[in-house]
Each structure stands twice: as C-alpha cells, then as structure tokens.
Design a protein around this ligand. Structure first.
Ligand code: GLC
Length: 483
C-alpha cells in the first residue's frame, strides 16, 4: 500500500525559525512520524522569512506559481530542502517580506503574510505532483488553509474533496484578530449564520475550528479546558458543538536534542544514576552567575517567554513574599518590556539572591536546566508546555500551576510519593505558588527524598513515539471517514 501522505504546515519550525513551542513541535513531530514503523510520507511547509539563513541550506527551486488576489496574481516560489529524511518546502512571495519581523504588531501585515502562506502551501502539491491525504495545520496562521479546503469542497475541483483536514491548537487565545480583510482580499469570505459567535466569523482560527474535519489540542487537559469559559476565549458555546471531533494529544520532546547525558552545553554530563555529577553543574552555574558556591541553598529558575500567559509576574511577587527565606533565583527570557523591567527590578531589590538575564540564550538555558534545583512555571494557561518536560529530564524539579499540559505531565509529590515528580498548585496567585515552593523546600532539605523526585522525572518517557502513533491513527481515521 502507498504510504499515507501528510502536508504539515506551520508558521515556525526548528531548525529554521523559532519563536515559541510551536517551532519545537513542527520540527520534531514530522520526524517522529517518519520514524514510525508504518511511516507516513510527511512533508513540512514553512515561510521563507528573511531571518532564515539561506546560505547554510541546500535549496532547490521546485515550484513557481501564483495565488489569486484582489490586486492581481501574487507570485510564489518554493524551495525544497531536507532535514535528515524530512522534505521541507520553504515558501517565498511578496507578503513574506524579508525585512518584516516573523510576527508583526501590524495585524494586516500578519493577516496578508499568513493567508498567503496558507494558500500557497495548499496549492503547492499540484505543482509537485504529490496529492496529500491529510492537511495538518497549526494555530491561526495556517487555519486559512483549512477554511479554504472546506469552502471549495463539492465544487468543480476534487483536489479539496480528497483532502482531510486536521487543525492543531497550540494557543487558543491567538485568534488572528484583524486578519479578516486580508483573507477577503485572497478570496476567503467571512462565514455567516454559522455556529460561531458573530464577532468570530471573520477570524482565521475560529473559521478553521468551524470547518476542520478534526480539531486537537496539544494535551488532553487543554482539550478539556478549551470547553470551559475560563480558557475558551469566549468560544465555549461554539466549541461544545464540536465536542465529538475535538481531542487532545500530548506533545512529546525531542529526547535526542534534550539529553543531559550527551548535551555539549553542560559543564558535566550526567544521568539519573550519576546525580553527584549533576551537583557540579550547579556549582559551575553558580559561579557563572557570580553566586558564591553553596549546594545547600536551593537554586530556583525561570526559563520562559516573558508574557502574560506565563505568569512571570506571579512568580516575581511570590519570590518577594519569601525574601527572608534562603533561596536564590535565576530568571532567563525575553518578551514584554514591562515584565522584563519588573524582573530586572527584582534583581536590583535582592542583589544577593536574584539574577536576571534578558536574552534568548539557548546554551545558558541548558545549563540552567542542568544546574538549578527547581523550575517555576506559574502559567495562567499552558496548552502543553515543553519546559517542564525538559526540566524533569535534566533533574530540575518543576513547581507548576495545575493547568493544561502541566497537569498532564507533572505528578505532585505530596499527592503521590511513589511516582511524584514535581509540585503543583491550583490558583494563579503568588500565595498558591509560595505555598508550593514551601512544600518543595521542605523536601529539598532531605536530599534522599529530593533525589527520588528527580529520578522519577528523569526516568519518565517524554519521547514522541506514543504521541506520533496517536497522530498517525487520527490521520488514518480521518482518511477512512472521507471514503
Ligand atoms: C504554545 C503553547 C505551549 C505549547 C506549545 C507547543 O506555545 O503556549 O503550551 O507547549 O505551543 O504546542
């Protein structure tokens, strides 16, 4: 039998371009799918942004065509490159301006760029003689492709009828506000009289959610939360109507890229049987951060995009409340300027205790995962979250809000001493976080118990294998349903 063919389209993918966790998933899931025993023919399409360094890539021009637009046909050029055995199509055209940021503050600029990319990626298979069975889109940026397929079904062109669509939600609140006019200019009209609320009928993500053959969230926990008023971005009534075609599949981790036993960025490699070697990483991290050497004082860490979702403000306030206790903290990340400033202020207020590095420093991040004692993750919502998995793999114990994928991957130590691999708290408040830090610190002082928690995290299998299998079964069932 011919392998199942899947066109995977994403606004970001490692190793080409990364802003958030979407890039990790788009970089690793297609590879994991191709590694399955019954391997589908997955191919990935991403925009060829100016930020992507073309020089290091072996690019072959494979297609050159136009996309209809109100102002006249828009030319697009498509280049093929390979990442291991994964074919990747990099798409170029006027709305993907090499001088623009990947995500702009200008909604129209984003709208034009991602609508163009979505439609061009959807057209591409015709020019490379490769009819996919499944179109797998991600978040609002590529939802226009899903909507376009649905809008063209049962027409003259049976290309769209042969294509099943799956839309994966990595971050529901990003609906693609302001992209409606751009979609219109590319011939994608707003919906009307649909089960969507009126205000959402011209927004890309809601339109994708309305018309995808199946929707999935990046964890079962978030799939359930999406149906509730607190997490649904006001779409719960509509999403309830899609309940039977909405599920959750937990993201995996690229366990080869994230392995403390071979990670070249670390001072000393280690695994769960050599936790003494991990201590050397703590010592060397302390000296890198100009803290005096001390293995007894817990070193807390935050590695995160600094935005509202991540609840960094909650952590900063919480740490202030326990300033009289013995701990140190290192905070690494970039994002909203006012949160960056608040973090810097904390390090000025507590110069002996707090280090803040406003930067996107991948190697330092790895050393912090390997040298810190606990990672604080006070997210207001977290569709899946990768840092908790990386932290556990590197022996840093997560102290996290019990939401979405965090709740699905972390087992609270006090609730389950046999398997507990972290600490969870319910409310998104400094007080709740402080309480969880307190519970963690009680255990920290008993190093034997602490190491047991570290080992539970390090031993857990976070690899993609199981989840890639679930995606594959989902693809197959969608194709079956078409027949
Ligand atoms: C988004 C979500 C994060 C998830 C990632 C990958 O960045 O905020 O929770 O892990 O997408 O799916």
């Amino acid at each position: 039998m011919d392998p199942l063919r899947v066109l995977f389209i994403s606004a970001e993918a490692v190793p080409f371009v990364k802003v958030g966790g979407l890039a990790d998933v788009a970089g690793s899931l297609p590879k994991a799918l191709r590694a399955l025993q019954e391997a589908p023919d997955v191919r990935l399409a991403v925009p060829l942004y100016g930020q992507i360094n073309r020089k290091g890539l072996d690019l072959e021009l494979v297609a050159d065509f136009t996309i209809p637009h109100d102002y006249g046909p828009m030319p697009t050029r498509v280049y093929l490159t390979q990442v291991d055995d994964l074919p990747v199509y990099l798409m170029e055209g006027p709305p993907i301006n090499p001088r623009d940021p990947i995500y702009s503050h200008d909604a129209r600029e984003n709208g034009a760029k991602f609508t163009f990319f979505s439609l061009a990626a959807l057209e591409l298979p015709r020019y490379i003689d490769w009819q996919p069975h499944v179109l797998h889109a991600h978040d609002w940026h590529t939802a226009p492709a899903v909507y376009c397929v649905a809008s063209n079904r049962k027409g003259e062109d049976d290309y769209y009828d042969q294509l099943a669509t799956l839309l994966t939600v990595h971050n529901l609140p990003f609906l693609g506000v302001g992209a409606g006019p751009s979609m219109g200019a590319f011939g994608l009209e707003a919906a009307s009289g649909s089960p969507l609320p009126d205000w959402a009928e011209h927004m890309p993500l809601p339109l994708g959610l309305l018309t995808a053959d199946h929707i999935n969230a990046v964890s079962p926990g978030y799939a359930a939360e999406m149906l509730t008023p607190e997490f649904s971005s006001n779409l719960h009534d509509f999403l309830a109507s899609r309940k039977d075609t909405l599920s959750g599949i937990l993201n995996g981790l690229d366990v080869e890229r994230w392995d403390p036993a071979i990670d070249a960025a670390l001072h000393k490699n280690f695994d769960e049987d050599s936790l003494n070697d991990r201590t050397e990483n703590k010592l060397s991290l302390q000296s890198e951060l100009s803290f005096g050497a001390n293995t007894r004082i817990p070193l807390l860490a935050i590695i995160s995009r600094m935005d509202h979702q991540k609840g960094i403000d909650i952590a900063l306030q919480g740490l202030k409340q326990i300033a009289d206790k013995p701990w140190r903290a290192v905070i690494l990340g970039t994002g909203a300027p006012h949160i960056e400033d608040e973090a810097r202020q904390l390090s000025r207020d507590f110069p002996d205790k707090v280090r803040v590095i406003v930067d996107f420093d991948r190697a330092l991040a790895r050393r912090i995962y390997a040298g810190s004692d606990a990672l604080l993750i006070p997210s207001r919502y977290e569709p899946c979250g990768l840092t908790q998995m990386i932290a556990m793999r590197y022996g840093s114990v997560p102290i996290a809000r019990a939401t979405g994928g965090l709740k699905d991957t972390i087992i609270d130590h006090d609730a389950d001493e046999v398997e507990g691999n972290g600490f969870l708290f319910d409310e998104a408040t400094p007080e709740a976080l402080v309480d969880a830090i307190g519970r963690a610190m009680d255990v920290f002082h008993d190093q034997r118990r602490w190491r047991a928690i570290q080992r539970h995290g390090m031993k857990r299998d976070f690899s993609w294998g199981k989840s890639a299998g679930e995606y594959y079964n989902l693809y197959k069932s969608l194709v079956e349903r078409k027949k």
